[in-house]
Design a binder for this molecule. Structure first.
Ligand SMILES: Cc1ncc(COP(=O)(O)O)c(C=O)c1O
Length: 379
């Protein structure tokens, strides 16, 4: 893969960085824009925080709304998806015995958030097992939907999973849930930038995405989409000035969520620049990244002599998780780092160890070859 954009990133050139999925990586022009907003705040803290920021937030919501296919007034910014989803969890008013249905591939921190809340509310958290390898979309949907009961009130599902890096077909489940009056909360932490997203078409009730992962925004740029009809009953975890403050926001929903006490909102304000950079330098190269990931996946299967966790490669995008063989050293992650300076996640999931490879525009065929050779010498 030819690579002109690599030196636009701040990444340490001595490191082979194959872990974009964890926290993303921010390009220099975007980082400069981030610092520009921080400086602007410090030049006139009062004017900025009581007036300027609101128009800039509106521009950021507009840029993001155009990008993810929804109205800007249906979006609010958060630092991360955990906080965004927690605001929904704690707004729900369910009865003891009601059920939340999710897969067993959900992000651990959020499973924990649901479970802590569920225990207090006596709401049952049901984790439907999605067996590997995943086969067809239809099988997935039928198997997941089999977990729905009369008591299911909410479906919580990742659109791209964290540990297994698979794209779940959430659209068909949102349709089924709508017919049954079940709320849908979609965790799209890995989606914006990695695959196209149109929230109007998806028509879920709630959606969260992280922009600091695959859109390459500065850290702490995430959003929550709330369908209009739910905005009156969704409550922020933190109440601040809201409609009694400076925020001229067009709805109480925006006023309540936007101002959460004094904080640095510079990262949110970079979104017009983030999207511009993405469209100019990243979007057109995603296909090459996907091809490199598919090639890597096939190489890992050959090297480890273990099959992929999917039946066809259209379940993955720019990340792949592959099961490690039993003979892989315990400290393989540490050795990849200390001997080769390769940054890559290795973790245990459902009783099996996995290695997860991410590929973005700054990664090259040579880096992947270097990584595979390192594995060959360690296995
Ligand atoms: C699928 C998924 N959901 C949610 C999150 C939450 O991210 P954070 O810890 O930044 O809130 C992540 C983070 O990687 C994730 O992969």
């Amino acid at each position: 893969m030819k690579n002109d954009v690599k030196n636009q990133f701040l990444l340490d050139p001595d490191v082979t960085f194959l872990n974009h999925g964890s926290f993303g990586a921010c390009p220099k022009p975007v980082f400069e824009d981030y610092q520009h907003w921080q400086k602007k705040l410090e030049q006139q803290p009062v004017l900025f925080s009581t007036e300027t920021v609101y128009e800039q937030l509106r521009q950021s919501r507009t840029a993001l709304g155009d990008f993810v296919g929804c109205h800007e007034q249906d979006l609010v910014f958060f630092q991360n998806p955990t906080t965004a989803v927690s605001n929904i969890i704690f707004s729900l008013e369910l009865k003891p015995g009601d059920e939340i249905l999710m897969s067993n591939h959900e992000y651990g921190a959020l499973v924990r958030a649901w479970s802590k809340w569920g225990r207090r509310q006596q709401v049952k958290i049901v984790q439907q097992e999605v067996k590997l390898p995943v086969t067809t979309r239809e099988n997935f949907t039928d198997n997941f939907w089999a977990g729905v009961t009369q008591r299911t009130k909410v479906i919580f599902l990742s659109q791209i999973t964290s540990a297994t890096a698979l794209e779940f077909p959430v659209q068909s489940l949102c349709e089924l849930a709508r017919e049954k009056g079940i709320l849908t909360i979609i965790d799209g932490a890995h989606v914006p930038g990695q695959m196209d997203l149109n929230l109007n078409e998806l028509d879920c009730d709630f959606y969260t995405g992280a922009c600091h992962k695959w859109l390459c925004a500065p850290k702490g740029t995430s959003f929550l989409y709330v369908k209009k009809e739910h905005q009156p009953w969704v409550r922020p975890l933190i109440y601040s000035w809201g409609k009694d403050g400076d925020d001229p926001g067009p709805s109480e929903f925006l006023q309540d969520f936007q101002w959460q006490g004094t904080r640095d909102m510079a990262a949110f304000l970079t979104l017009p620049k983030v999207i511009q950079f993405f469209q100019e330098h990243i979007e057109g190269k995603r296909l090459s990244c996907k091809k490199l990931i598919r090639k890597t996946s096939a190489e890992l299967a050959r090297l480890f002599n273990t099959p992929p966790i999917y039946a066809s490669a259209d379940w993955i995008h720019q990340m792949v998780s592959h099961p490690l063989p039993v003979n892989a050293p315990e400290d393989i992650k540490e050795r990849l780092w200390s001997a080769y300076k390769i940054e890559i996640p290795v973790f245990q999931w459902c009783g099996q160890r996995y290695i997860r490879v991410s590929c973005n525009v700054y990664n090259t065929d040579q880096q992947v070859e270097y990584f595979l050779n390192a594995l060959r010498s360690l296995i």
